[in-house]
Ligand binder design. Structure first.
Ligand SMILES: [Zn+2]
Length: 434
């Protein structure tokens, strides 16, 4: 690659050489409406996601990845053959965007060589990115900043990841030397509605381990998610016509209110916790005087603490019916996902390679924890170790979402370095990752 030093703002000469292609792809993908939908009975949840998936298949074929295909469930799979034998590196991003923010028609805007100061979004002057409130933006004077026009999200989550993988693959096709490991690419659907890997076939994918490009700030490497349960508490009251209810009616709604009211007021909730503090969160209530279902989300990075949160809900729920023999409560606990750290701890080489690739692209790696889950958490639990890498996008799920072109280029460079690095390890000890 170019031996001249990188221009200001670029993490490395490689990042600089990838920037134009990353931006070009990102702008093209961002304009395609791929919003997912909650509560859809189809898979993917919206047909429009496939508009981008189909484009990616044709672009991958155009790059020479001849086996690029759209699976029956809407996943894109493709192979970039290695120049050496060795472990197969999986690269994963999702094409869908979040359903809870306006997203349909996205008009990306590039603010070249950001001079500092507030960025007023052109489609809605009330939407302002203020560096006083956004230290990450304040630190990116001189960068090229991409935003939406203020009327929709941008969709850097996760089209930045898609564009970075595509640009890295294009680069690795053009420059096979000094070596590349075999790569399997996957672009998934419906990540934003928690169903990104529902039909993901690990055998069809065929990677030995993988990396999702679905993180945020530059250098971030995420190997820890929450472990998560959904707790469904059903409170059965005693329904009687209100006209003749004296001494007989037991109102399930009031018991549910009592249950929610008995939660700790200043701790153990999403609104009072950060970092490694877990929580229980009443997320939905449905029902009537006769029967109410309360859905709680329980989250923690520590599985023992997570069990304590479940025990607390059990105790409180049983408590509200304890003095009322005519009422009763049913509690169902369902695992949503597990902290992927337990799996990744058994594959330190997968994590170490990511750290080294970030470093080689001129960036200091930062371990961050996810207060949520990722597709990688579910894939790791199923046996495919899958840490999450940064994309350079910021303030996701908001009309003020933005991304630095220089940071996106650093993420694409990290992917290139990762594939190069695994080719070195592949040569050293084929199948070292089993
Ligand atoms: Zn995402």
């Amino acid at each position: 690659m170019a031996s001249a030093p990188a221009a200001a703002g670029y993490a490395s000469p490689l990042a600089q050489s990838l920037a134009e292609d990353v931006l070009d792809r990102f702008l093209r993908y961002a304009r395609i409406d791929t919003q997912a939908a909650e509560g859809s009975s189809t898979y993917p949840s919206t047909e429009r996601q496939l508009d981008l998936s189909r484009l990616l298949v044709s672009e991958l074929r155009g790059l020479g990845l001849e086996d690029a295909e759209l699976s029956e469930h809407g996943y894109v799979f493709a192979t970039l053959p290695g120049t050496v034998d060795g472990p197969v590196v999986g690269l994963i991003a999702h094409v869908d965007t979040a359903p809870d923010v306006p997203g349909g028609q996205v008009t990306p805007v590039v603010h070249h060589a950001y001079p500092g100061g507030p960025i007023v979004l052109p489609g809605d002057a009330r939407e302002v990115l203020d560096p006083e409130e956004l230290p990450e933006l304040a630190a990116r004077v001189g960068h090229d900043i991409v935003t939406s026009d203020g009327t929709s999200l941008l969709g850097a989550d996760d089209k930045a990841g898609v564009a970075e993988i595509m640009a890295a693959v294009a680069h690795l096709v053009r420059y096979p030397a000094p070596g590349r490991a075999p790569v399997r690419v996957a672009f998934t659907v419906d990540e934003e509605v928690g169903r990104g890997t529902d039909h993901f076939d690990l055998d069809q994918f065929g990677a030995d381990f993988a990396y999702t490009l679905d993180g945020s700030g530059i250098g971030e490497l995420e190997v820890e998610t929450f472990s998560a349960y959904t707790i469904r508490v059903t409170i059965h009251g005693n329904a009687v016509h209100p006209g003749s209810a004296k001494g007989r009616l037991v109102n399930a709604l009031k018991l549910a209110a009592e249950l929610i009211g008995s939660l700790p007021a200043d701790s153990l909730s999403p609104e009072t916790t950060e970092d490694r503090e877990g929580y229980v969160h009443p997320a939905r209530v449905r029902g009537s005087a006769s029967e109410v279902v309360v859905n709680f989300l329980a989250r923690d990075h520590d599985d023992a603490k997570l069990e304590e949160h479940v025990a607390l809900i059990r105790r409180l729920a049983e408590g509200v019916v304890a003095d009322e023999p005519r009422a009763r409560v049913d509690i169902e606990v369902e695992e949503t996902y597990r902290n992927m750290r337990q799996v990744l701890d058994r594959h330190p080489d997968v994590v170490a390679a990511a750290e080294e690739a970030i470093r080689r692209s001129g960036v200091e790696p930062k371990h961050t924890i996810i207060r949520g889950g990722t597709d990688g958490a579910r894939l790791s639990a199923r046996g495919l170790p899958t840490p999450n890498l940064f994309t350079g996008g910021q303030d996701y799920h908001s009309v003020r979402e933005w991304a630095s072109v220089q940071d996106m280029a650093a993420a694409a460079a990290t992917v290139v370095e990762l594939v190069r690095l695994w080719s070195e390890r592949g040569r050293a000890s084929p199948a070292s990752t089993a």
